[in-house]
Each structure stands twice: as structure tokens, then as C-alpha cells.
Design a protein around this ligand. Sequence first.
Ligand SMILES: [Zn+2]
Length: 213
Amino acid sequence: MWRVVLAVGLGAAFEAVLGWLLRRRRPASATASEVIFFPSRVTCTEELLAGAPCACPLPHGESALGRLLVRVLAARRSLDLCLFAFSSPQLGRAVVLLHRRGVRIRLVVDADYMALRGSQIGPLRKAGIQVRHDQDSGYMHHKFAIVDKKVLITGSLNWTTQAIQTNRENVLVVEDQALVNIFLEEFEKIWENYNPVNYTFFSKHEKTGIENG
Ligand SMILES: [Zn+2]
């Protein structure tokens, strides 16, 4: 009996490792421009985030969220984020992972949506990531990311589980340096604009620690 159990167990483990290796062999889509449409089917993102095979019951194939994660996790030097709302735990984990690898993270968010239920902003700040927010009456409504100052990720998608799993959204990944530079310039402008030393008044948002790190 135990032989059968062992054989089945080994078989499952073998399949998990084989599947993982096969998926890893898939040409990394991190070299060309692409469009990712949402909603994303629910798949396991553990392999991408932990970098190890996973045998959990969730499907382990490709998904829109998986493709977005691959693009974000490709960062080696810097990740500049300009997001209206950020509550996706998988994307939050990816950003913390990059931060721990030494990637310079800068995150700009909308002040009114920082406290959204499940917001990643608190955990990200606790991890030591720099977060700045607007002090405007209008929304900081962008949803773009710049990876290594070379790849632009932009579109309609808020980085929330609700949007990822239920909304029709588009995300465009572009490797056009001229276009990336324009977004970079705008990011630098916003980053400087939201520098706490430039704050000209104190709104309800500034009372609890303006910036980390
Ligand atoms: Zn899994």
C-alpha cells in the first residue's frame, strides 16, 4: 500500500517539476511589446513569485495576471509606479520582492485611495518602499509602471484584485524608448511635485507620516 502512495506522490511531484520546467522554457515574453487583456483567469502565481515549482490545486498555466507579473518581476534596477489604486496582494508581493533584491522602487498613488480596503500601501511602506501621494482635489488617476527606465506598462487596469479578476481592461507593454522617456519625464515631474518638502498646506492626508525611506 505504501508503495502505491509513494509512487502516486512521486508521480505528482515529478509532474509538478516537469510542468514547471516546461513553463520556464516558454520563451520569456519580456523582450517585445505586447497587449494584455483582463479579466484574468485565476491561476497560481506562486511559481512566479517564489521561483519554485508548486503543486497546489490551482491551474498553473498562463494568465493575464501572470503575464503582468512576469513584466514587473523583470525589473533589475528600477521600478517607477504611478497607480490610482493598489490592492493586489500578488503585485504587492512582487514589488516587495524586487525591493528586497535591491531594485529602486518609487511609488506614486492617489491619496484618497491609499486607505482602500486591502490597500498594499501600508505593507509596502512598512517594507521600506518610498511612497508619495497627491495633495490635489483631482485624482492621481494614472495607471502606469516603468521598468528599468526601458519598458512602459500602461493601460486601464488598476492594480486591484477586483479589476484583475472581473473587469475588462487593457494593459499595453511598450519598449519604445522615445515613448518611455516621455512617461519618465512625467513621472519625475509628479515625483518632485509630490515631494513632501514641497507641500504647501496640510490636508487630512499628511498627519500620519508623509513618506518612508
Ligand atoms: Zn500552485
